[in-house]
Design a protein around this ligand. Structure first.
Ligand code: SAM
Length: 288
């Protein structure tokens, strides 16, 4: 068989297995060899690494992951791709393919079973329709992985790495930056996929933090503070905090802002993660 990045190979597979691309499952396969190299380099995969892959598709990324890592476990939702993967990457003895929806399985149990105490790296070209839910599931549930190296829609990547007082900065930026240290690995144009999506992509690396970057009295209050601050972007902090999920009065919000030394007319998008932590701790104080 020709290389898996070759459109000819994809056409051969479609004919042999009667495979049809599912837009609903976000199936856009990599057809650019350089992109694979950049993902492997950006994720610094070596023979010391264990890899969890989500959505192997026809196995194009899986193949290079198996060549570079010690063990790869790939979770693919689409049953019709399982016989394809047996043909394309089934010869790798360090590969296990699991036919499941990653959002419905017990990923912690899977990791314990397949990797023991070693934290794998998550490396994936994620399906667009569930990019944020998958990333947030791994972070919020504190699934033991060391890094997420994921291909996602360019705009989502820009939001994740955004700095305060920029248009892209929002709750996603603060929450992902709280759990991880994000960096852009490479930009990927839409022409690198088959079929071609109508968005451009970015490979982003999220290094999961071992130690929290801020001191919090109550993590749940921190998340609610962020949610309320960005929930009503055009409102001042005083109004946003006193009319949201925190369920605090205007007087309590004013008192908390005073303790945190934040002007009540400031907007959420101006606050960096440290200031959000100071504010959340002040809200904790006025609520207790
Ligand atoms: N890794 C391949 C590549 O780079 O060419 C395919 C990437 S494609 C963007 C996304 C893959 O994720 C598809 O194979 C799709 O069937 C699979 N997928 C979609 N939703 C999934 C889910 N919830 N759980 C596991 N796999 C999923």
């Amino acid at each position: 068989m020709e290389r898996l990045t070759s459109p000819r190979t994809i056409k051969y597979i479609m004919e042999k297995y009667g495979f049809r691309f599912s837009k609903g499952l976000g199936q856009n396969f990599i057809i650019d060899e350089n992109v694979l190299t950049r993902i492997i380099e950006g994720s610094e995969v070596t023979k010391n690494d264990m890899i969890l892959e989500i959505g192997p598709g026809i196995g194009v990324l899986t193949d290079v992951l198996c060549e570079n890592a010690s063990k790869v476990v790939s979770v693919e939702i689409d049953k019709s791709l399982i016989p394809v993967l047996t043909e394309t990457v089934g010869h790798h003895e360090n590969l296990k393919v699991i036919n499941s929806d990653v959002l419905k399985i017990d990923v912690k149990a899977l990791i314990a079973e397949e990797f023991g105490d070693v934290k794998p790296k998550l490396v994936a070209n994620l399906p667009y329709y569930v990019t944020t839910p998958i990333i947030m599931m791994f972070l919020e549930e504190r699934i033991p992985i060391s890094d997420l190296v994921v291909m996602i829609q360019k705009e989502v990547a820009d939001r994740i790495v955004a700095k305060p007082s920029t248009k892209a900065y929002g709750a996603l930026s603060v929450v992902v930056q709280y759990f991880t240290e994000p960096s852009i690995v490479t930009r990927v144009s839409r022409g690198s996929f088959m079929p071609m999506p109508n968005v451009d992509s970015t490979v982003i690396r999220l290094k999961v933090r071992d130690v929290s970057p801020v001191q919090l009295e109550d993590e749940a209050i921190f998340f609610l503070t962020i949610k309320d601050a960005f929930g009503k972007r055009r409102k001042t902090l005083l109004n946003a905090l006193s009319s949201g999920f925190l369920k605090i009065s205007k007087d309590q919000a004013r008192e908390a802002l005073e303790i945190a030394a934040i002007n009540e007319n400031t907007r959420g998008e101006a606050l960096d993660i440290n200031t959000f932590a100071t504010l959340a701790n002040a809200i904790y104080k006025v609520r207790n």
